[in-house]
Design a protein around this ligand. Structure first.
Ligand code: NI
Length: 395
């Protein structure tokens, strides 16, 4: 049974949360273009009498402070607001109205739930300390979190802890989870151009075939994972695209490869660019080709602070019940919440949104992803309760 003071108010907020989420779902915006979304958030905050900050993180991010009754430390709650460049394939009457763009990662729900948490905290302000709301752009592409921090989102007042939720279609509404420690992998980018010398397909000895060399590069890179790194340290190296050549009877002069590298261990991660470079250069040199390797460091691994997880656990237990809350295994998916967690103790938890009966079973980023809105009041209450709980531990 719920034991949070926010329970009744959160249930009463259900229709507002659904309306907000559906409005955002109909009007999705890509990373750093969340202009109407940010305006919508500002309007809802103004209705609550909460003043929003100046535009942050390139113009579409914002923060706002919900003040407690007495002065004290500040805890932050974060929502990401961007949609994905994927056409939606649901028949929902609230489906995206923007061709090729859709909220298929639930960031519409995250934004609505943070507005819900703001409403709850406004009605029942913390006795001691304040709650900062972080509405950030560009989680999917561009690292909006990093830009929010660069623009001072964790300062004035200084934030002592950050909580966030991500919807999770693996679990039904009413269930929550959290990973203790490393939760989301670091996600780095890899681009390789293999350069040979083109020619007639019938005379391979007069050229340097970039296709056969690129094929060996792809295969050899799998040894970075299987032979060169500790099997107990998770590592994924995926080549996602391979492009080159003109015609079946022409030897390709060059081939472009792109991929992603996922890892948790910081030391392992730092060594990978050099190792990848060595493997690629060794393979292409063996065949008289050359290569240009571009290794782009992306989001770091997200580490949920083990000392902060009990506060999240207690909030989840208060909202959904201890039996409906679980500790989860990490995932190799990236999450720019990592940037907050690098600077202050932080925890991002998972909120179940699966609904078998209505066919809401598709994974995040799937064209048919949709979510059970029964989870929205639970998420809003959980965020508010986590903030209240943390401030209590500081009192
Ligand atoms: Ni997401």
């Amino acid at each position: 049974m719920p034991t949070t003071p926010f329970d009744a108010a959160a249930r009463a907020l259900h229709s507002d949360l659904v309306a907000w989420r559906r409005h955002l779902h109909r009007h999705p915006e890509l990373a750093f273009r969340e202009v109407a979304t940010a305006d919508f958030v500002r309007e809802r905050l103004a209705e609550l009498g909460i003043e929003a900050s100046a535009p942050l993180a390139g113009g579409t991010g914002l923060t706002a402070l919900v003040r407690g009754r007495g002065d004290g430390p500040t805890v932050a709650l974060r929502a990401d607001m961007d949609a994905l460049p994927i056409p939606e394939d649901t028949r929902a009457d609230y489906a995206s109205t923007v061709p090729g763009v859709a909220h298929l990662c639930g960031h519409d729900a995250h934004t609505a739930m943070l507005l819900g948490a703001a409403t709850l905290l406004r009605r029942l302000p913390p006795a001691y300390g304040h709650v900062k709301l972080l509405f950030q752009p560009a989680e999917e592409d561009g690292g909006g979190a990093e830009k929010m921090i660069a623009d001072g989102a964790l300062e004035r007042p200084a934030v002592g802890a950050v909580f966030a939720l991500h919807v999770d279609p693996r679990f039904p509404a009413g269930r929550t989870g959290v990973v203790v420690g490393p939760a989301h992998a670091a996600a780095d980018g890899l681009d390789i151009e293999v350069v040979g010398a083109g020619g007639h397909a019938a005379y391979p000895h007069l050229s340097v075939d970039a296709v056969t060399v690129a094929a060996q590069v792809v295969t050899a890179l799998q040894h970075v994972v299987s032979r060169h790194s500790d099997p107990l340290a998770p590592l994924v190296l995926t080549i996602g695209t391979i492009q080159g050549g003109f015609a079946r009877n022409v030897i390709a002069p060059s081939v472009n490869l792109s991929g992603t590298v996922r890892s948790f261990d910081a030391e392992l991660r730092q060594g990978l660019p050099g190792l990848v470079e060595r493997v690629v250069q060794g393979v292409v040199a063996a065949h008289g080709a050359t290569a240009r390797v571009t290794y782009t460091m992306g989001y770091p691994a997200t580490i949920n602070d083990p000392a902060l997880v009990p506060t999240f656990d207690a909030a989840a237990a208060a909202v959904v019940g201890a039996d409906a809350h679980a500790h989860l295994a990490p995932t190799m998916g990236g999450e720019d919440f990592a940037y907050y967690a690098e600077r202050v103790p932080a925890v991002i938890g998972r909120l179940g949104v699966r609904d078998e009966a209505r066919g809401f079973v598709h994974p995040l980023h799937h064209p048919r992803f949709d979510l059970d809105e029964a989870a929205l009041p639970l998420g809003a209450a959980l965020l508010a309760e986590a903030a209240r709980g943390w401030l209590d531990t500081q009192a």
